[in-house]
Design a protein around this ligand. Sequence first.
Ligand code: PGA
Length: 265
Amino acid sequence: MEIVIKKDYEQMSRFAAEYIASFIRKKPNCVIGFATGSTPIGTYRELIRMHKNGLDFSNVIAFNLDEYLGLGMDLSKPYSQDQSYHRFMFEELFNHINIKKENIHIPDGLTNNPDEFCKAYEDAIKEAGGIDLQILGIGGDGHWAFNEPGSSFESRTRIEKLSEQTIDDNYEAFYKNAGFSRDEMPHYAITMGIGTILEARNLLMLVNGYKKADIVAKALEGPVTNQITASAIQIYKGVATVVLDEEAASRLVHGDRHHYKSVNI
Ligand code: PGA
């Protein structure tokens, strides 16, 4: 695992975008696992800027980590009434780059048959040759995607009940601003499993801000536990790069922060 500490959110985002762009330049048809949430927005803005300067997404294949159950690509709703991750991805990235629609895969929270859908999603990842680079954040409860505390490290794409903390966090970050009540927030999601994520060939985990400092220190340096599913990074066999801003890195204790800094910057 390589830990990169950047001064602030902007520098973290720039580094992450450059890292992703280098994959695309090396392998134009690479398979990228995209993440949602407030953390990657800056990275996606940078990627859009790079696209305007020539970065070509026309052969990139995208698989998103998760989607709320009951939400999906519902074009009948205006954006203001739709907090789906479909909307998020199109609004924050896909509408602004030249990725082909047929290359975009996001779990369909509107499916009538979630079990079948989840199996087909796993099959589609395999058919695409597996994920070359999976982008990840970390939830306030330590989750990767919507793999809430207690999820098996062997878990696959499935329906997961959101933890109370995730509901609170995502309500504050998204739903409240859009004028929804907490009860209107979905309590279930379709999510790639930890087992699915651990099969990606490279991981890029992004974390910013003091509010994540404790949980990311536990995930990276504490015991490996399914109570903090992002701690699975410690048993990951591929190439994992963690990019933190100074605030998020402020509670790393076991490893010397100066060591992380000196080897990575
Ligand atoms: P956030 O969410 O980027 O909005 O903090 C991260 C996550 O839940 O994984």
